[in-house]
Design a protein around this ligand. Structure first.
Ligand code: GAL
Length: 813
């Protein structure tokens, strides 16, 4: 039986009072912060600092995304052309007398960057690395009852540039208070492994670190049990433990019979429950995810998961969430992963830093593999004020914390200790690679790679011989030579492609591949408004390839275990090869608003199980004589194209081809493609010449969301002609407004040159689409979203928001 205790956490602005069991309280610390942008001389750390005039907000919060795009910001367009600066956050809270005698920890999943934290004026410490999770023990400095406590956080992101992409600024990930008994499981205090697995049973080893802060030796009991996904206990073990030190480590072994395997298609999850008792009284509970699976990399066979060969079809993702900036939101991450899964993606690389923990939880649940990466630089800098400044003092701590935090996630299958690390070209690369791999190996046994530049002679990281996988970025022409050069270390393409596309924009002729910078001037064809790149898959960076080129090689050979495309989604910053006015990337297979570019369907036709037929471009080409039409398809013998009912012939992919193409004399009307299998029609897709825009169409990705103040609905906005055909051109500006319990939290259109605020309430159409993102409030009911635009009929859509039972799920049981 759980003892029940009434614990009230009183934030001065909002009082939350919950009945919880007394073993462990996990309470969100996200609401009721005061925030102020300041200069570096301001000191708001003292307890009685008057912050009453500051803005109030909830975290996760990113102040950079609220700023204006400008080429004057020192981050430059490479960092997203948004402001950095120094920000202070303060939060006041009270703790019930009943909390006395317990330990109170404050956890931050990530603060960008250089955070320093005080509780009641006591300095708790700093963390320069903007992507690392950490906690502070508040206990010695707390007041209880009527007296309030104040947390002050200074965030210093003023020294710029410190990143090669958009970082965001502030407390941009979740925060929580964790209240435990004085004896409890440490933060990230379990380590769960499956060293032996057969059809009949799995051996599960559970290592538990128990902290004893009482200063007295005590006997405890640790009861560990594993529950299946249908909540049945499938195995358990109990151990007596003498807690004579402040930290005691216990090893237990449990057997799970007829284990349900975690796989990409069926991500079966168990939960390991740890209960600590003293004299029969339960004083702490802790849960850990468990996925039972085996995998290996083989020099010849490539990657094998649960005994089956699987090609790693991966994408690299930066951490920003488009118009939401870096402020993490679980639904926004889930939407990104859903869009990737729908394309056939089975792996994510968290380029180039530790991700939000929610991303890994989602990958565990959704069946996505993760290459979990720690650093973009080691001791040598890539930008003026980057992490290399803190390397000597912090890298051991940050790497250790990263691995310990993430090692229980079944989705994590490879550690990457760095991306294109400059040290690889210097002798220090060898010793650092040895040091870092040794740290990782002391904590976990998953394979380690580093996303290197091609491992030519002189690459000291590759030559160190310490990596389990030779991973390098680009240089697809070297892949086929891998086994000759590195006969004892399997291969992985850690980063590939870097092709460029602007959604919805198409050059005249599509059958020449253009490599920047050699033929870059040719990209500026007549009618190109500038800083746009053809969305036919024909433009690549000199170091990369088109989408088709790299995949063709990877797919050919088993020993090429797989690839991570740069990138799944466009991201803020790094608009290479353009500069201002561009401020976000062109590499994404999906644009910054979440709308797929055409290459998405090439991968889908190759990677996904479903039947695919995609035809491009749109069919509004007044003034053009001929238009190249491409089709991506699968599962069919051929595709036949019809223009206004007249057949333009059937085509099928020959040899290694990944698309078919017709050069069509343009005439307006209906262009229709049909895919045919065994003489039968499989799929049909039509594009129609649209007339003048008349009305607006709003299509939410979800009409029902939770009224939890966090959930989101992503609404696609299109303008339609009189026959309801979507208009693929034009730049109508759409104004949004909302009624009901909810708010607009972002707008976007995927145009890397747009300088409209992504946090505003209006957006221009860009090549046929824009996006508005709605966040629920705390009240259930209807949220009505209106869209208006000069000369167009208004539109509205209704989102229903549902209340969930408040106060549940506070414990991590
Ligand atoms: C790679 C790098 C990525 C990104 C990409 C653009 O070299 O690892 O972070 O900059 O180039 O092509």
């Amino acid at each position: 039986m759980y003892k029940v205790l009434l614990v009230c956490l009183l934030a001065l602005a909002a009082v939350s009072c919950q009945k919880i069991n007394d073993t462990r309280v996990i309470q969100s610390f996200n609401d009721d912060w005061y925030f102020m942008l300041a200069d570096s001389t301001m000191d708001a750390s003292v307890p009685d600092y008057d912050h009453s005039s500051w803005r109030t907000l909830s975290v996760p919060h990113d102040w950079s995304i609220e700023g204006e795009f400008s080429k004057e910001h020192p981050a430059t367009e490479g960092g997203g052309a948004l402001p950095g600066g120094v920000g202070w956050y303060r939060k006041t809270f009270q703790l019930d007398e009943a909390t006395k005698g317990k330990r109170v920890y404050l956890q931050f999943d990530g603060i960008y960057m250089n955070s320093e934290v005080w509780i009641n004026g006591h300095y708790l410490g700093k963390r320069p690395f903007g992507y690392i999770s950490f906690e502070y023990d508040l206990t010695p400095y707390l007041s209880y009852g009527k007296d309030s406590n104040v947390v002050a956080v200074k965030v210093n992101n003023s020294k710029q540039p410190n990143s090669r992409w958009y970082s965001g600024s502030g407390i941009y990930r979740n925060t929580r208070l964790v209240i435990t008994s004085s004896i409890h499981v440490a933060q990230w205090g379990t380590y769960v492994k499956v060293p032996e697995l057969s059809k009949q049973q799995a051996l599960v080893k559970v290592q538990t670190t128990v902290l004893n802060t009482t200063g007295e030796s005590t006997k405890a009991n640790v009861h560990t049990f594993i529950k299946s996904k249908d909540n049945k206990v499938v195995t358990e073990a109990s151990s007596a433990l003498q807690l004579s030190e402040s930290e005691t480590v216990l090893d237990q072994e449990l057997l799970v019979s007829s284990p349900q395997i975690w796989s990409i298609n069926d991500p079966n999850l168990y939960t390991v429950h740890t209960e600590v008792s003293i004299n029969g009284e339960k004083i702490d509970t802790y849960t850990t995810p468990l996925g039972i699976r085996t995998f290996s990399f083989d020099q010849q066979k490539g990657f094998t998961l649960n005994g089956e060969q699987v090609k790693i079809k991966g994408v690299c993702l930066h951490h920003d969430l488009g118009c939401l900036g870096s402020a993490i939101n679980t639904r926004a991450i889930e939407r990104q992963l859903e869009i990737m899964k729908e394309m056939g993606v089975n792996a994510i690389r968290t380029s180039h830093n530790p991700p939000a923990p929610e991303l890994l939880d989602l990958c565990d649940k959704m069946g996505l593999l993760v290459m979990d990466e720690t650093f973009d630089m080691w001791s040598m800098k890539k930008s003026e004020y980057d992490y290399s400044l803190y390397w000597d003092e912090w890298h051991v701590r940050d790497l250790t914390d990263h691995i310990i935090r993430d090692r229980n996630h079944p989705s994590v299958f490879v550690w990457s200790i760095g991306n294109e690390i400059t040290d690889q070209w210097h002798p220090i690369g060898d010793s650092l690679a040895r040091e870092l791999t040794q740290i990782v190996r002391s904590l976990d046994d998953r394979p380690i790679t580093s996303a290197m530049n091609p491992p030519n002679e002189g690459n000291t990281i590759a030559l160190s011989g310490t990596l389990d996988l030779i991973g390098y970025n680009y240089a697809h022409d070297k892949y086929e030579l891998h086994n000759d050069k590195y006969p004892n270390t399997p291969f992985i393409a850690t980063e590939t492609t870097s092709a460029l596309e602007t959604r919805g924009y198409y050059d005249q002729k599509s059958d020449t591949i253009k490599r920047w910078p050699i033929q870059w001037d040719k990209l500026f064809v007549e009618g190109n408004p500038g800083n746009t790149v053809s969305a036919y898959d024909q433009v690549s960076t000199p170091w990369g390839s088109t989408h088709e080129e790299t995949w063709k090689i990877i797919k050919k050979h088993d020993f090429l275990s797989g690839m991570f495309i740069w990138t799944g989604f466009d991201y803020l910053g790094e608009p290479t090869p353009y500069a201002w006015p561009s401020r976000s990337s062109y590499f994404g297979i999906v644009d910054l608003a979440g709308f797929p570019k055409d290459a998405y369907y090439m991968y889908q036709s190759e990677w996904a199980d479903k039947d695919v037929l995609h035809v491009l471009p749109h069919w509004n080409w007044t003034g053009r004589d001929s238009v190249d039409v491409w089709a991506y398809y699968n599962h069919a013998d051929e595709v036949e194209l019809f223009l206004n009912g007249k057949s333009l012939g059937a085509k099928s992919k020959e040899g290694e081809e990944l698309h078919v193409m017709w050069r069509v004399a343009y005439e307006p009307g209906e262009l229709k493609a049909v895919s045919i299998k065994n003489g039968e029609l499989l799929l049909e897709k039509a594009v129609v010449t649209a007339g003048e825009p008349i009305s607006i169409r709003l299509t939410p990705d979800r009409n029902e969301i939770l009224a939890d103040g966090k959930d989101l609905s992503f609404i696609t906005v299109e303008v339609l002609d009189k026959d309801n055909n979507p208009v693929p051109v034009g730049a109508n500006e759409i104004q949004f407004s909302i009624e009901g319990s909810g708010k607009i939290v972002g707008v976007g259109n995927g145009d890397p040159t747009s300088h409209l605020s992504l946090k505003g309430d209006k957006m221009k159409m860009f090549n046929g689409k824009c996006l508005v993102v709605i966040q629920s409030g705390q009240l259930s009911g209807k949220v009505v979203v209106h869209a208006t635009s000069k000369g167009l009929k208004d539109a509205e859509t209704v989102i229903k928001s549902y209340n969930i039972k408040q106060g549940i799920n506070l414990n991590n049981n």
